[in-house]
Design a protein around this ligand. Sequence first.
Ligand code: THU
Length: 162
Amino acid sequence: MAAPAILSSASPSDVEQTCSAFGLTTVEFGELRQRADAAKATAYCPYSNFHVGAVLLTRAGAYISGANVENASYPVTTCAERVAFGKAITEGHRGFKAVAVATDISPPASPCGMCRQCIREFCDLTTPIIMFDKDGNYSVMRLEVLLPLSFGPESLGVPSAA
Ligand code: THU
């Protein structure tokens, strides 16, 4: 997981700037941070002990959380982001406004390649991905920056679910 380039502080002025640049309210941003942090505690990660929390915010205002779920057969592990999307999609949610991920390291971790592709299935390329570090500081990048030249449903003639 590569360290994202620009780290913003948890200060109100950084958060306000981020929110106006990415179309979020400061309340939504605060909820994303708090819920991503809380989701970390629900991780099942006895092998790596690396807790990851993910939260999705829908345009309808719903928050869906997930955390990583590991397995003794390591590749069976599911990342936090894909747990959150699996929950959201099967509960009928569509139209995601932001994705947040929290870990206990600094600089913050960014979603793995498989998760970026999963996000690509359900989100517009402009969707912000907010990556929180152990102190609540963060980096934020649009999906198209994290996954350039991406392959998606349109390439197979299927309308985007985003
Ligand atoms: N992990 C995630 O949950 N999300 C990612 O984007 C990368 C990695 C989890 C998988 C595994 O449980 C632990 O972090 C260490 O790789």
